[in-house]
Design a protein around this ligand. Sequence first.
Ligand SMILES: [Zn+2]
Length: 494
Amino acid sequence: MKAQYEMRAGLEIHVQLKVAAKLFCTCDFSFAAEPNSCVCPVCLGYPGALPVLNGAAVAQAVKAGLMLGCEINSVSSFDRKNYFYPDAAKNYQITQNFNPLCRGGAIEIQVGDGEVREIGLTRIHLEEDVAKSVHHGDCSGIDFNRAGVALIEIVTRPEITSADEAVAVLTALKELLLYAGVSDCNLEEGNMRCDVNMSLKHCGVAELGTKVEIKNINTISGVQAALRYEARRQGDILAGGGSVEQETRRWDAETGKTVAMRAKEDAPDYRYMAEPDLPQLGVTAAEVARLGSELPEAPAKRRIRLVEQYGIPAYDAGVITGSRFLADFFEESAGLCGNGKVVSNWIMTDVLHLVGAHGVAIEASRISPVELAELINLVNSGTINAATGKELLEEIFLQGGTPTTMVESRGLGQISDAAMLEDLVAAAMADNPNSVNDWLAGKKAAAGFLVGQVMKRSRGKADPKLVGKLIEVSLNGIRTDCVTTAECGKGEHQ
Ligand SMILES: [Zn+2]
């Protein structure tokens, strides 16, 4: 049966800016700090304390706007959102309601088979965070550390049509903001929180249905689950002939349900008014241009460029550009090594394997792009074999070290001198007559066993390709001898 209803969802995403001080005072904020230890009269909301705008926060917000293709308003202003709630001691929150810093813009997402869609943004504005209520049994406390922390609120248009698209929006946004260094986007520490507006509309009708807001979801999977739940809940109500109430709900991750909190407030309920303690905020075109020049290439563009410039597969480029650190690491190493494709292979198979195996992020590992390039060049030039290269990689990844020095001081250089290897080949064959016989009887895999024996005798230093050739030559020599002496097939070789 064809679906009767379609989802239309918009997100309001609160992102904590990566700045040293709060938005209107000089307090710093650390997630791990003792409750109420990062506070001053301004962020505690004392009467008479005056806010002073943090310029670094404005710069970060402008960068976020530029990364998302917004128009940066040369003049914006602050407003008070009034409400009585224990988490806002001054009974209002300073935000930008009437004149936000950024307007427009879009987030690009991939849907289905590589199809690209744009989800439009209405605005990005600056606002302060509020305090946090902490509940212990039947008593509650308030921690003001978070009060006044610098946030941006990114508001999308209601253009999201599925829970999976919402996931794609949040994932793309996180990637962009991390790239630009605007936020740490650490969801566990509440760096990114999301309010979701969702309604169902009849298919083929332009008019949107009644919207429900789901507050303060702090995981991407939570947004996905909440949207799926709401789609079912509202769909059942509509299918039963009922109507959806406009209300604010909250997501209960434990029960996997949304729960009604209150009838939705509309803008008039907040009695927004211009903030009298802050002047208008002016941002010049020159400042916007300077901040724009500090921005990195967007990950989506970089992905395409890496494929074209280095000839690496699109999948690898996607993994590598997933983190700006890794993408920078790759490009520096590729430049030094002179072969991006080989560097990409080492990163995809070996370096990322070590990241997973040891649970150490590449940022925290001891290897640098310089050492990776040096190591790869030692393998490519035949100075060491691939197996030695991989062993060294693991050691450098965990403990650090310079590949060339390690190879020289430990005598790890690959033995590529045929004269030196011939003795080892002869000894391996003399000690393993059964393998020689197997090979003569047609079991070609026996040659591999003999190569392994030579590698063992050389303590892993022999050039395995050269050993393979030498073994082949020797075995062919024995076969020729057999045929010429007519002993083959009736004697010991059978
Ligand atoms: Zn403060």
